[in-house]
Design a binder for this molecule. Structure first.
Ligand SMILES: NC(=O)c1ccc[n+]([C@@H]2O[C@H](COP(=O)([O-])OP(=O)(O)OC[C@H]3O[C@@H](n4cnc5c(N)ncnc54)[C@H](OP(=O)(O)O)[C@@H]3O)[C@@H](O)[C@H]2O)c1
Length: 252
């Protein structure tokens, strides 16, 4: 099939890179506001991944609506934009799936949440899921939970990068070379996440296994509790989800 990536910025490039070796993808077309041709992409693609900023979605879709074939699957990746709006702006003819991927789709470790929008059958949803599947993990949710997913997994890599940066700084403070500190922190995050994903144990139980009585880990944990890390992370994700829930206007 031919896949079009309309909007070739941070996310569009990540999706394009991830799809390059997909066995079902014969060709990938891309366009930006400076390069490529949106109308040609819309005409030729079997699946269009819409990867422009939320406030650009309406104008871009109205610009290509007449070119989309009724069989073309439109996968909107724009945060905040309901699938009903995507359907309306694209002429109500094409099946719409709304997706919330995250940046690590670029390295095959993304988390993509999907929901069916107007005109989308279970087969359309499955097609979108199968395209994202080699790019990481996928989950299907009800559309009312898409903003929650945005606050957790869509924005989540930024939270993780911040924590990696801060812990790397700590390593430097403790005398480690910057690259060594970064390796230690990133691999620790990766390993910890893998244990959560591959075991049935609650993260708190895994934490307990690292925490020797009167050992050093409990001192570190005490500082994190004192700094209200738990509460701060919770508030961060809720704030991001709330922001996603609010309508994004062109003036934003
Ligand atoms: N970044 C993420 O990790 C992430 C995760 C989940 C969802 N998303 C969603 O993905 C969308 C894109 O985010 P982003 O971070 O990738 O933004 P971005 O880096 O700014 O990329 C936006 C892209 O859209 C292009 N574009 C703008 N106007 C266009 C037009 N009229 N026709 C064709 N292309 C046009 C831009 O081209 P020019 O540069 O030439 O203007 C650019 O390539 C957003 O809706 C966001 O909510 C992003």
């Amino acid at each position: 099939m031919i896949v079009g990536v309309l909007g070739h910025g941070t996310l569009g490039r990540s999706i394009e890179t991830g799809l390059r070796h997909h066995p079902d993808v014969r060709e990938i077309l891309t366009s930006t506001s400076h390069r490529g041709d949106n109308a040609d992409l819309a005409r030729r693609s079997d699946v269009v991944f819409l990867c422009v900023k939320p406030f650009q979605v309406e104008a871009v879709l109205r610009g290509v609506a007449a070119e989309l074939r009724p069989t073309t699957l439109l996968v909107s990746n724009a945060a905040s934009v309901p699938s009903a709006s995507v359907a309306r702006w694209s002429g109500e003819r094409v099946p719409v799936v709304r997706a919330m991927p995250n940046m690590p789709v670029r390295v095959g470790e993304g988390m993509t949440v999907l929901c069916a929008g107007p005109n989308a059958t279970p087969a359309h949803l499955e097609l979108a899921r199968s395209l994202f599947a080699p790019l990481g993990r996928t989950a299907t949710l009800d559309e009312r939970l898409m903003d929650a997913a945005t606050g957790i997994s869509g924005c989540g890599p930024a939270y993780a990068y911040l924590m990696i940066e801060a812990l790397s700084d700590a390593g430097v403070k403790l005398g480690l070379a910057r690259d060594v500190a970064r390796l230690l922190v990133a691999q620790t995050m990766l390993g910890a996440a893998k244990m959560v994903l591959t075991s049935d144990e609650h993260p708190a139980a895994l934490k307990d296994q690292v925490t020797t009585p009167a050992g050093c880990t409990i001192d570190g944990l005490m500082e994190l509790e004192d700094g209200k890390l738990r509460h701060t992370l919770l508030r961060a994700a809720v704030a991001a989800a709330e922001r996603s829930r609010r309508l994004v206007l062109p003036a934003d």
